[in-house]
Design a protein around this ligand. Structure first.
Ligand code: COA
Length: 398
């Protein structure tokens, strides 16, 4: 690491994953009182991907996206310094989903934490990761947005269940001495609007109990009209602010990648900015709103479709519960398509496989230690060993 020369955080790898199962508007119309016509005309969404296997979670999707991002970056998991997972739907209240991801990847040297800023979470995480890199505290950071909102949706509430989908997107941010990557970011919040998009129970205010469950308080609730009004105002403002911070003009932008919540919000924001529609990337029709995963998924698809080139000026911009908003100005710095190194890829795939063995080994040794040392700890472990050996000799086996 070099603490003296200016460092920049460039996107060196990217990857996405969505569950196989596709839920169309027609499927939804069989569950709630809605129609394909209503959903398409009000939101632009035609289908979304939904987890169907209970073993598929925010962490497992994050791992799949992250592996793809590491392969593109030609990076071994052990080279990652930090894993940040932006999510509203972690696997558990704790441990952090990022720790599960770190273990599954075999990123043995990495710190790991979750970041909660709802749909703005990925850009918040990108900004934090960029600061780690620019300060010299990290060289490679995995930034992941992963969500399983289908498990927070009330499938009897047509106001919300039609909007959301599941998935994960990841980028690797790596230190660079060239001025590129994340050049500026703008983060904001207005907690006075917290009630507008909320899950009321499951936290310290209303821990899970019979009443919270039977009242459906663990489901996401939303005031759609208010959120819509907020979103159409804040997206253009945040975009303008980050463009200014990066020292750019709006006309310089090559592509805006907005949070994919609703086509009407996106179109209104782009119009307010005076940008032509072709400068905006949209894929909401196929994924719905995947919250913190929506922007990295859109970025991956934009790259795959040849919409991003070295030197391009991008703005990523989002809004969400909190209320929160965030924007990042990114100058693309690496070739697309990515140039994989075949030998390294074989090694990386081996290391991904090895990560499972490593994790199993660590769990097993922990169990064995626990069995030998017992609950008291290691102070009198020799005595305990002797006792166990005596019992085994006497044939009790305990
Ligand atoms: N199918 C059919 N009708 C529906 C429906 C559905 N899935 N959901 C709501 N409706 C009904 C409402 O009940 C309402 O009926 P009413 O007038 O009889 O009460 C009617 O449609 C119109 O509701 P309205 O709120 O005016 O619709 P809208 O044009 O504002 O669109 C949203 C609703 C939710 C699509 C829109 O407000 C929105 O996108 N808001 C932002 C949401 C968002 O982005 N959230 C995530 C933030 S990260």
């Amino acid at each position: 690491m070099n603490g003296e020369r200016p460092r920049w955080a460039q996107i060196s790898g990217w990857g996405m994953y969505v569950p196989e199962r596709v839920l169309t508007n027609a499927d939804l119309a069989r569950v709630v009182d809605t129609s394909d016509e209503w959903i398409v005309s009000r939101t632009g969404i035609r289908e979304r991907h939904i987890v169907s296997d209970e073993r598929e979670t925010t962490a497992t999707m994050a791992v799949r996206a992250a592996r793809r991002a590491l392969r593109v970056a030609n990076l071994a998991p052990s080279q990652v310094d930090l894993v940040i997972v932006a999510t509203t739907m972690p696997d558990y209240p704790f441990p952090a989903t990022a720790c599960l991801v770190q273990d599954a990847l075999g990123a043995a040297r990495a710190g790991a934490f979750d970041l909660s800023a709802a749909c703005s979470g990925f850009i918040y995480a990108l900004s934090v990761a960029s600061s780690f890199i620019r300060s010299g505290s990290a060289d490679h950071v995995l930034v992941i947005g992963s969500e399983t909102l289908s498990r927070m949706a009330d499938w009897t509430d047509r106001n919300t269940c039609v909007l959301f989908g599941d998935g994960a997107g990841a980028v690797v941010l790596s230190a660079s001495t060239e001025r590129c990557g994340v050049l500026a970011s703008e983060l904001g919040s207005d907690g006075s609007g917290g009630e507008l998009l909320i899950v009321r129970a499951g936290g310290s205010r209303a821990p899970a109990n019979y009443n919270t469950v039977s009242n459906g308080e663990h489901y996401l609730r939303m005031n759609g009209r208010e959120v819509f009004r907020f979103a159409t105002t804040i997206m253009p403002k945040a975009t303008e602010a980050v463009v200014r911070s990066a020292g750019w003009q709006l006309a310089d932008l090559d592509l805006v990648i907005p949070h994919q919540a609703n086509i009407r919000i996106i179109e209104s924001s782009i119009k307010r900015l005076g940008l032509p529609p072709e400068k905006c990337f949209v894929n909401v029709e196929r994924y719905g709103n995947t919250s913190a995963a929506s922007i990295p998924i859109a970025l991956c698809e934009a790259v795959a479709q040849g919409r991003v080139h070295p030197g391009d000026k991008l703005v990523l911009v989002g809004f969400g519960a909190g209320l929160t908003w965030a924007a990042a100005a990114v100058e693309w710095g690496v070739p697309v398509p990515a140039k994989p190194k075949p030998g390294l890829r074989v090694l990386t795939d081996f290391l991904f496989g090895w990560a499972g063995v490593r994790s199993l080994w660590r769990r097993t040794t922990r169990h064995v230690y626990n069995w030998i040392l017992g609950p008291v700890g290691k102070d009198d472990w020799r005595g305990r060993m002797r006792q166990r050996a005596d019992r085994l000799r006497k044939g009790s086996g305990k």
